[in-house]
Design a protein around this ligand. Structure first.
Ligand SMILES: C=CC1=C(C)c2cc3[nH]c(cc4nc(cc5[nH]c(cc1n2)c(C)c5CCC(=O)O)C(CCC(=O)O)=C4C)c(C)c3C=C
Ligand SMILES: [Fe+2]
Ligand SMILES: [Fe+2]
Length: 344
């Protein structure tokens, strides 16, 4: 029955916190994934150019601190734990600590707004593996629904988009091209989840809330081998194409697929895409991620209350309705398709 959770578990990706963490972190990320070693070393360089520190862990610490304040003010009074897939604090250690603290049943917030293997099923697998490691005293963990169309998520993104558009001179603002950007994934992963559909819906809802019809959904941070199809178009390719057509004097990039400023945002967008725009003479604005915006923090608290209240409203904007609370068995499955081995 709802209402008997005794903790919240924030589940995230994790990131390196110093130069020596970078390679072991990336090896964790890419285990079982079909990604060339050269791409891993290229991404390692991105992290090293920022001192080997990803902003993600600090962002999560800030999110948890803000959520603790929100719960202290508005309830429910639940402790918050934090466990990652790829870097400390790792999920098995966190679940172990929860068991020692006597936590029996937790509700998990995944830091992914959109359904994919990486953002949904793989986290559930990571939790199941951690439960196996901890043994019979491990807490039971349910997850909150996906929030890509929650009114608060749409509203905060709309506010951030408006602020970025406002930085463009008024006479050019309506013509600015808004690019909603998300992490590219292999087509073989995208085929088994609603990632593209949900991203298209969020982008539409945010663009409509702002009243800015000139927008496109683009992808970034592709990591697969060239012969493997991944989601397209790439953000930088679109900027180049629109430039050659003469239809983009100003670009606003909103990283809708990321809830905070990860390395993929500060390198692939704030460094690479920005440099490209500068080279082409295009104005570049990057809209903020939802981060620790009070309305986003309030949304997490509201999702917990919704889940623990019989008959609660389940707010969702647009055409797709609120996402499921409990994933169906085939939710976000992924069987990597390896490229055929060349015959000698
Ligand atoms: C096969 C799919 C993926 C590969 C390969 C991949 C490589 C890769 N990713 C990061 C860092 C991050 N990825 C993040 C999100 C993310 N990644 C994938 C898929 C692949 N990534 C998806 C589907 C998603 C979106 C869902 C999600 O997990 O959020 C993030 C953000 C995580 C968060 O909590 O917000 C990061 C950071 C690296 C360094 C990497 C290696 C080359
Ligand atoms: Fe990724
Ligand atoms: Fe799912």
């Amino acid at each position: 029955m709802p209402g008997d959770y005794d903790a919240i578990l924030v589940v995230s990706f994790g990131g390196p916190e110093g130069p020596e963490d970078v390679l072991p972190f990336l090896e964790n990320v890419l285990r079982g994934k079909n990604v060339p070693r050269e791409r891993m070393m290229e991404v390692a360089e991105h992290y090293q150019s920022f001192g080997g520190v990803s902003p993600i862990n600090e962002q999560n610490r800030r999110l948890i601190a803000a959520l603790e304040e929100e719960l202290a003010r508005r309830g429910p009074k639940l402790p918050i734990y934090w466990g990652n897939r790829n870097w400390r604090p790792l999920l098995p250690d966190t679940l172990n600590r929860m068991a020692e603290d006597g936590v029996k049943r937790a509700i998990a917030f995944f830091t992914s707004a959109f359904s994919s293997y990486s953002g949904c099923r793989q986290y559930r697998e990571n939790i199941a593996e951690a439960q196996q490691t901890v043994g019979p005293d491990a807490p039971r963990v349910d997850k909150l629904r996906m929030f890509y169309n929650h009114p608060a998520f749409v509203e905060v993104n709309a506010e951030n988009l408006r602020a970025a558009l406002d930085r463009i001179p008024t006479d050019r603002r309506d013509d600015a091209l808004v690019l909603f950007s998300a992490h590219s994934i292999p087509m073989s992963m995208a085929d088994n989840c609603r990632y593209q559909q949900q991203l298209a819906e969020s982008s539409r809802l945010v663009a409509e809330a702002v009243g800015h019809p000139k927008y496109e959904l683009v992808y970034q941070s592709r990591s697969g081998p060239p012969q493997q199809p991944w989601l397209e178009p790439d953000v930088c390719d679109v900027i180049e194409e629109r430039h050659s057509e003469g239809t983009a004097a100003d670009v606003v990039v909103l990283p809708i697929g990321f809830v905070s400023d990860h390395m993929e945002v500060i390198y692939d967008l704030d460094t690479e895409a920005k440099e490209l725009c500068e080279r082409l003479g295009i104005g570049f604005q990057r809209a903020a991620t939802v981060g620790v915006h009070p309305k986003f923090v309030g949304m997490i608290r509201d999702l917990v209350v919704e889940r623990t209240t019989d008959g609660a409203a389940r707010p969702a904007l647009g055409d797709l309705g609120p996402s499921h609370d409990v994933c169906p068995v085939d939710c976000c499955t992924y069987t990597p398709r390896r490229p055929p081995v060349a015959k000698s």
